[in-house]
Design a protein around this ligand. Sequence first.
Ligand code: RTP
Ligand code: MG
Length: 147
Amino acid sequence: MERTFLMVKPDGVQRGLIGRIISRLEDKGFKLVAAKPVQITQEQAKRHYAEHEGKPFFDNLVSFITSAPVFAMVWEGDEIVTLSRIVIGKTNVTEAQPGTIRGDYAAHTPSNLIHGSDSVESAEREIANFFEPHEILNYKKSTDTWI
Ligand code: RTP
Ligand code: MG
């Protein structure tokens, strides 16, 4: 079973969208296996966004993600890395389609509400940056065989 790291960004927490975002991911049929609110440190933010180091928006991105608490999560599902990014919608809010989280709730590109890992390798690295192995649960859900 594939895992991904999804994180409600500071704008989503401040706007009270944690519950609605979780509902959409549950509705899709994904399984929540870890979750906690986190105040990200500078070091943790730089590790998380290491792939963007050197890009013009990097400093703003680190400032934004450390500006207030985020809600960090690990979700499980078949092909969840690809599927969750479809549920999330495009990075640029002018391209995010209605029916996606960003398409329905985000109105400015840097504040696009939620992060999703872009590959299985990124997911492993990002999960390790936020969670200890014992914080990630392994359990059966009654819907497992129906999704
Ligand atoms: P994320 O990593 O947050 O899930 O978003 P993503 O894969 O859709 O987009 P990515 O290219 O990884 O960019 C990471 C975040 O950086 C901000 N960003 N700003 N041109 C810009 O000002 C710009 N480009 C990207 C966004 O917050 C984006 O989600
Ligand atoms: Mg990304």
